[in-house]
Ligand binder design. Structure first.
Ligand SMILES: Cc1ncc(COP(=O)(O)O)c(C=O)c1O
Length: 433
C-alpha cells in the first residue's frame, strides 16, 4: 500500500496529464483493475465509465489478453523491425487489412495515436512531393478537432482548445473551416456545404490533405455530426485532388456502433489512423493505414522510401495483444452490447435535459455526453463521484461524458448515469466560466 510520503512524492515530482505542477488536481491511487472495476489503494471499488480514455473496450485484466502477452513474452518482448519481420506483426496486419475499408492495404505500425497522426501527415506531404507538387504542403481541417499533442498533430487540433497562441511561432499554419453544424441524424446543412466548397476553391492548390475525426469529434467537444458531411468532403477531395485522412483513433473498434466510424458513410479515406482500443487498452500501439496509390507514389518518389521508423515499431507484445483483442471483439457480439449501451444511455441521460445546468445531451453507440452551461470543477465533482457513488468519471471543460467498457452490465451503467444526474444538484461542481 502506498504511504503518504509516496503520494507527496507523486505530487511534488510527477507530472500528470493536463494539470499544473504547482496546483495539481487530486490523483487517486489505484491498486488493480478487473472487468469494469477499478480498485483504489484504500480498497474502494469504482465502476469505470471512461475505458481509460476510450481504450479498455473489453474491461481490465482480461484473461485472453493477459494470456496473449504472457505467451508472447516467452518468445520475445521486442526485436527491431528494421530488416526483421515476425509473426505477431504479420498476423496483426493481415487482420487489420481484412477488417478496415478495402482500399486500405498498407499498414504502418507505430507507437501512439499522436505518432500515427504525424505519420499520416508525413505520408500526405511525401505523396505530393513525390508527384512533383511540393506546394501542396498544408493540411485542411475542421475547428473543434483533436488529433494529439505532438507538434504536427497539434497544428490540426482546434486552434483555441489546442492553445495555438502559445506555440504560434513554431506551429505550421494550417487551414481551418468551421466545425460541421449538421448533427448526426440530420442531412447536410447548406452552411456546411458552403464552408467546404469555399475552402476547397480557395486552398486546394496548397492543400495536401484534409484530416478529421469521422462522425465524432472527441476531445475537442464530444460532438456527433452528420456522416453526409464526410460524403460531401470526400467528393470535394476527389474533385480537387486532396487526400482524405480519417483519424479513427477514438472512434475505431465499435465505439460509435460501427466497427469504424467510416462505415456510417459510403466512402473510404486515403489514409486512416487507429490507436487507443487497438490493444484492448493494455499497452500503447497505433497504426496508420494507407491505400496502394499513396504507398506506391511515396515509394517511387524522390526519397524512394517512407521516412519514418520508430525504435519500438511493431513491438511483438503489442502486436500479439492487439490481435487477441481484435479476435475477442469478433467473438463477443460487440454490436449487441454497444447497441444495448446506446439505448440505455438514451433512456437514462435524455431526461437530464430538464436540469437547468444542462445545455445538451448526446448519445451515439457507447458514448454518452452531458454538456453543461458552465465549466465543471473537476476536482470537486470527482470527489463526489468517488466518495458518494463509487464511479470513475472524469469530465473536462463543460462536458460530463462516459464511454464504458462494452462488458458493462445494465445495473452498473445505471449507477454511472445516476451519479451524473445527482452530480448536477451541487453548485460547487461548477465554476464560473
Ligand atoms: C482522435 C484522436 N486522435 C489522436 C489522439 C492522440 O492519441 P495518443 O494520446 O495515443 O497520442 C487522440 C487521443 O485522445 C484522439 O482522441
Amino acid at each position: 500500500m502506498l504511504q503518504d510520503t509516496d503520494l507527496a512524492f507523486d505530487q511534488k515530482h510527477i507530472w500528470h496529464p493536463y494539470t499544473s505542477m504547482t496546483k495539481p488536481l487530486p490523483t487517486y491511487p489505484v491498486k488493480s483493475a478487473k472487468g469494469v472495476h477499478i480498485q483504489l489503494d484504500n480498497g474502494q471499488n469504482l465502476i469505470d465509465g471512461m475505458s481509460s480514455w476510450w481504450c479498455a473496450i473489453h474491461g481490465y485484466n482480461h484473461p485472453t489478453l493477459n494470456e496473449a502477452i504472457e505467451r508472447q513474452i516467452r518468445q520475445m518482448s521486442h526485436v527491431m523491425f528494421g530488416g526483421i519481420t515476425h509473426e505477431p506483426a504479420i498476423r496483426l496486419c493481415q487482420k487489420l487489412v481484412e477488417i478496415t475499408p478495402s482500399q486500405l492495404e498498407k499498414v504502418f505500425l507505430c507507437d501512439s495515436g499522436s505518432v500515427s497522426v504525424e505519420v499520416a501527415i508525413k505520408m500526405a506531404l511525401q505523396y505530393w512531393h513525390s508527384l512533383g507538387k511540393p506546394q501542396k504542403s498544408r493540411l485542411m481541417t475542421v475547428r473543434k478537432g483533436y488529433h494529439g499533442d505532438t507538434f504536427g498533430a497539434m497544428s490540426v487540433c482546434d486552434p483555441v482548445g489546442g492553445m495555438h497562441h502559445i506555440f504560434s511561432q513554431f506551429l505550421p499554419q494550417q487551414i481551418f473551416i468551421d466545425q460541421p453544424v449538421s448533427s448526426f441524424g440530420e442531412s447536410l446543412h447548406p452552411q456546411d456545404e458552403e464552408n467546404l466548397r469555399k475552402a476547397f476553391e480557395q486552398h486546394h492548390h496548397e492543400t495536401a490533405a484534409f484530416i478529421l475525426e469521422p462522425v465524432v469529434q472527441g476531445t475537442g467537444g464530444m460532438r456527433m455530426y452528420a456522416p453526409e458531411f464526410l460524403n460531401r468532403l470526400s467528393a470535394l477531395c476527389n474533385e480537387y485532388e486532396v487526400l482524405l485522412i480519417f483519424d479513427e483513433i477514438a472512434t475505431g473498434f465499435g465505439r460509435t456502433g460501427k466497427l469504424f466510424a467510416t462505415e456510417h458513410t459510403q466512402i473510404q479515406p486515403d489514409i486512416m489512423c487507429l490507436g487507443k482500443a487497438l490493444t484492448g487498452g493494455t499497452m500503447t500501439m497505433a497504426t496508420t493505414l494507407a491505400t496502394e496509390k499513396v504507398a506506391v507514389t511515396i515509394s517511387e518518389g524522390e526519397a524512394g522510401v517512407f521516412m519514418h521508423g520508430p525504435t519500438f515499431m511493431a513491438n511483438p507484445l503489442a502486436c500479439s495483444v492487439a490481435l487477441a483483442s481484435l479476435e475477442l471483439l469478433e467473438t463477443t457480439n460487440w454490436q449487441t452490447k454497444v447497441l444495448n449501451i446506446e439505448s440505455q444511455l438514451k433512456q437514462n441521460l435524455t431526461p437530464l435535459l430538464e436540469a437547468p445546468q444542462v445545455k445538451d445531451v448526446r448519445v451515439l453507440g457507447a458514448i454518452g455526453v452531458v454538456e453543461c452551461h458552465q465549466n465543471i470543477h473537476v476536482g470537486e465533482i470527482q470527489k463526489f463521484f468517488v466518495k458518494e457513488h463509487q464511479v470513475w468519471i472524469r469530465p473536462f471543460r463543460n462536458l460530463i461524458y462516459i464511454m464504458p467498457p462494452y462488458i458493462i452490465q445494465p445495473e452498473e451503467l445505471k449507477k454511472l448515469c445516476t451519479a451524473i444526474q445527482e452530480s448536477l444538484l451541487f453548485n460547487n461542481h461548477f465554476t464560473q466560466n
